[in-house]
Design a binder for this molecule. Structure first.
Ligand SMILES: Cc1cc2nc3c(=O)[nH]c(=O)nc-3n(C[C@H](O)[C@H](O)[C@H](O)COP(=O)(O)OP(=O)(O)OC[C@H]3O[C@@H](n4cnc5c(N)ncnc54)[C@H](O)[C@@H]3O)c2cc1C
Length: 393
């Protein structure tokens, strides 16, 4: 039996932030124990599709969790919780007794529905290493998926001179998030940079050396990377009888419903959406950092509600954006983007024409204006609000 005041399960960006949040309030590092299934200490995941492909050293990704002086046990997966006894059991048979528990178990990549042993699902540093070795051997890579991971890794590979094909069922890159004109314009942008684009196609199988499509075509592939979205790692919580609805359901303080000793944060948590209403699960870095830190503080008694509206960002070759709120291409939008490589903005509106999300295209450091717009919740008139600018489309 290993005793600890605070047990943090999950060594991602949220787990790291939570340890910091605990220490903000209860500065006794010996009281904090972090367990992670990964063999690496906490690191930033965004560089795995971005800066590491642009010459940044791998040493830049570490979060420096060990320097906090807390106890870390890596390569340990928690397999069972006993909420009544306040214990957690890991996959090597060790049992931990806690006073406060945080579940920061994140998520795992959604997989293809058929045999996919050779597919790289890019989530971890080990996945990055595997892909890097193949890319350095100038392998032809097929990237399945046109969302965040697919679009970023296709650009990263192409920048490094790797022959890349991108295949996805939607008509354009980022189609679920970006307005249609922007999304399809990105296809041309990628094509101009040497990416072989196969939009509107479904992958039906993979055999060593080729990816098969529903229309009978095959794409040659020395390596296949898939970015198909995330499934939250909720099984541990579910098996313990904790409330799960897409993610582990928590209140504004990160407490799991009905308990004051169990918390959840980051990608795995479903939390009250504040200005946007309802419950939401957010899979982005800014949320991992803010939610993790705040909930960590609350484990130690801070008692602060989560009111932060997280932003997210993406890099696509020389283009980039930051965004806040709901970006759903099914919503009405006010779009001001004249050229892909110029600055622009998109405001996403609900049925009553209230702003739900704002996309800042090649514009950085303005998300606060987007937050204010969403929080104000004012009906947008025929002309767009000043913070968003532009013309109605
Ligand atoms: C390649 C990539 C690029 C990204 N780019 C961006 C970006 O540009 N912008 C952005 O905003 N966000 C981006 N993200 C998303 C962002 O990185 C995530 O939202 C964030 O890292 C989530 O952190 P987390 O700690 O909540 O979850 P995770 O990172 O999933 O960490 C959970 C950890 O818990 C461990 N674990 C799970 N179950 C157990 C268990 N039972 N016992 C012990 N340990 C367990 C896992 O092994 C893992 O280490 C990117 C993600 C990836 C993968």
């Amino acid at each position: 039996m290993i005793d600890t005041r605070y047990l943090v399960v999950g060594g991602g960006m949220t787990g790291d932030a939570a340890c910091r949040g605990i220490l903000d309030v209860d500065p006794d590092p010996d009281a904090v124990l972090l367990l992670s299934a990964e063999h690496h200490p906490p690191y930033a995941r965004p560089p795995l599709t971005k800066s590491l492909w642009k010459g940044k050293a791998e040493s830049t990704i570490w979060r420096g969790t060990a320097e906090l002086g807390i106890r870390e046990r890596l390569g340990r997966r928690v397999v069972e919780l006993d909420l009544a006894a306040r214990t957690a059991l890991d996959d090597r048979g060790d049992t931990y007794v806690y006073e406060k528990l945080l579940l920061a178990t994140g998520g795992r990549p959604r997989r293809l529905p058929f045999d996919d042993d050779d597919v790289i699902y890019l989530r971890t540093l080990d996945d990055y290493h595997r892909l890097r070795r193949l890319a350095d051997a100038a392998a032809r890579v097929v990237v399945i998926g046109g969302g965040f991971i697919g679009s970023e890794i296709a650009a990263a590979l192409a920048i490094n001179g790797t022959p890349v094909t991108m295949v996805f069922p939607e008509p354009g890159i980022g189609a679920r998030v970006l307005p249609a004109t922007l999304s399809t314009a990105l296809n041309d942008y990628y094509r101009d940079r040497g990416v072989h684009m196969v939009a509107g196609a479904a992958v039906t199988g993979i055999r060593r050396g080729s990816v098969m499509l529903g229309d009978g075509r095959t794409l040659p592939a020395d390596a296949v990377v898939a970015g198909l979205g995330l499934e939250a790692n909720v099984e541990l919580a579910e098996a313990a009888g904790l409330p799960v609805a897409g993610g582990i359901v928590v209140d504004a303080f990160g407490r799991v419903a009905g308990r004051d000793d169990v918390f959840a944060a980051g990608d795995v948590a479903s939390f009250p959406g504040g200005a946007l209403g309802g419950y939401r699960r957010v899979e982005h870095e800014d949320h991992a950092k803010h939610h993790g830190r705040l909930v960590g503080g609350n484990m130690a008694g801070a008692g602060e509600p989560y009111e932060h509206l997280p932003f997210f960002y993406s890099d696509l070759f020389d283009l980039g954006y930051e965004a806040v709120g709901d970006l759903d291409s099914r919503l009405d939008t006010l779009t001001e983007i004249d050229e892909l490589d110029a600055k622009g903005r998109v405001c996403y509106l609900d049925r009553e024409r209230r702003p739900r999300g704002v996309l800042f295209w090649n514009v950085f450091g303005e998300v606060e204006a987007g937050r204010s717009l969403i929080a104000a919740g004012e009906v947008v008139p025929r002309e767009p609000p000043a913070a968003v600018g532009g013309t109605r489309r």
